[in-house]
Design a protein around this ligand. Structure first.
Ligand code: NAD
Ligand code: TYD
Length: 364
């Protein structure tokens, strides 16, 4: 049995679905169900006894420890986090509480459980030697790159620039220290920007698909030339399964798709796929809705991942190109209008009104 934290969020729910498609080992899914957590992402598992959902906070050490012990957990995959950079600019406190304090308390519970396990045991039985704590982190901990810089490797110094990135960097350091000091078999992944089904429409790609179809502006921060390295979410979940299976304790692995794209190009690509699959009634392109807005403070210019370590030492490779992955993603959002309508009510509208109201705009 494995414990997944944050398994009702975007990547976590994709991971849980993917895990149970590829095997039979049951999952306990611990999630607080913040605005970003949505049980509808897991509808396909409604009658599946291999999936057990528990609503709770990773910072609740007693709850976590009782789950670890009761379910004889042999591995933890830690996704739970506050994940949106813009929210970390408006309200950083939650990021410190969940990403730093929450991860610390989770680690403390894991340490107590792990210390009680036998040193070694048969296959499928939890033991100290076979236990794994997989910490899912981000490339944003490395800071920003200039256009000619080489991509981030596992030895690039940490230079986090947003409160989100700083809180994830702090959690990475805590995870590392629990390996070096206490011997917990941890593995950390630092992944680039993900996209795909179930991504909350506050992030660039689902936000622009949603706004395009609703006839609203597609907000591009600054000049739109900031570069992100995009990875289809199923390629990320496959990388995490690989790292859980074969990653070396104490190691970190950078995960990315070698898909660097400026934001404006990403949004133009989305518009042309939408023009083809769901054309506007007036016959014009969705690209007419592109609107330049005030830049994000401290906006990192470029992220890029050197994924050679995970590719060469563990044999993982992304399957989707950006072109195939983005088409699948647009189709998914077109086919799941109900899911989008469900998550874009109430609190979502407040966030959009607050965050984008002050932005000065010009049409692109
Ligand atoms: P998300 O915001 O979609 O989901 C986060 C989930 O964590 C939600 O279900 C939420 O309810 C849950 N959660 C939040 N606080 C919690 C708490 N205190 N206790 C229990 N559950 C809590 O995030 P995501 O995009 O799926 O990201 C998942 C992880 O992957 C994060 O750690 C993030 O830093 C990392 N990551 C994300 C990306 C990306 O592009 N989205 C890229 C690299 C790494
Ligand atoms: P985002 O999806 O928030 O991910 P991250 O900040 O973690 O990289 O943003 C991706 C890029 O898109 C980033 O450079 C910021 C930019 N962006 C916009 O231009 N407009 C928007 O409305 C949003 C949400 C993001």
């Amino acid at each position: 049995m494995i414990l997944v934290t944050g398994g009702a969020g975007f990547i976590g729910s994709n991971f849980v679905l993917d895990w149970l498609r590829h095997g039979n080992e049951p999952v306990v899914n611990l999630d607080k169900l913040t605005y970003a957590g949505n049980l509808r992402n897991l509808d396909a598992l409604a009658d599946d006894r291999r999936h057990q959902f528990v609503r709770g906070d990773i910072g609740d050490r007693d709850l976590v420890l009782s789950l670890l012990r009761r379910e004889r957990i042999r591995a933890v995959v830690h996704f739970a986090a506050e994940s949106h950079v813009d929210r970390s600019i408006h309200a950083p406190e939650d990021f410190i509480q969940t990403n730093v304090v929450g991860t610390f308390r989770l680690l403390e519970a894991v340490r107590a459980h792990w210390s009680d396990l036998p040193p070694d045991a048969a296959q499928d039985e939890p033991s100290r030697a076979r236990f794994r704590f997989v910490h899912v982190s981000t490339d944003e901990v490395y800071g920003t790159l200039a256009p000619e810089d080489p991509p981030f490797t596992e030895t690039t110094p940490y230079q986090p620039n947003s409160p989100y990135a700083a809180s994830k960097a702090a959690s990475d350091h805590l995870v590392r220290s629990f390996h070096h000091t206490f011997g917990i078999p941890v593995v950390t992944t630092n992944c680039s920007n993900n996209y795909g089904p179930f991504q909350f429409p506050e992030k660039l790609i689902p936000l622009c698909i949603h706004n395009a179809l609703a006839g609203r502006p597609l907000p591009i921060y600054g000049d739109g030339q900031q570069v992100r390295d995009w990875l289809y979410v199923e390629d990320h979940t496959a990388a995490i399964r690989t790292v859980l299976d074969r990653g070396m304790p104490g190691e970190t692995y950078n995960v990315g798709g070698w898909n660097e794209k400026p934001n404006l190009e990403v949004v133009r690509t989305l518009c042309s796929i939408l023009d083809e699959l769901a054309p506007r009634r007036d016959g014009r392109s969705y690209a007419d809705q592109i609107t330049f807005v005030t830049d994000r403070p401290g906006h990192d210019r470029r992220y890029a991942i050197d994924a050679r370590k995970v590719e060469r030492s563990l044999g993982w490779r992304p399957r989707e190109t950006f072109e195939s992955g983005i088409r699948r993603t647009v189709r998914w959002y077109l086919d799941h209008a109900e899911w989008v309508a469900d998550v874009t009510s109430g609190g979502y509208r407040e966030w959009i009104a607050k965050h984008y109201s002050a932005a000065t705009t010009s049409r692109g």
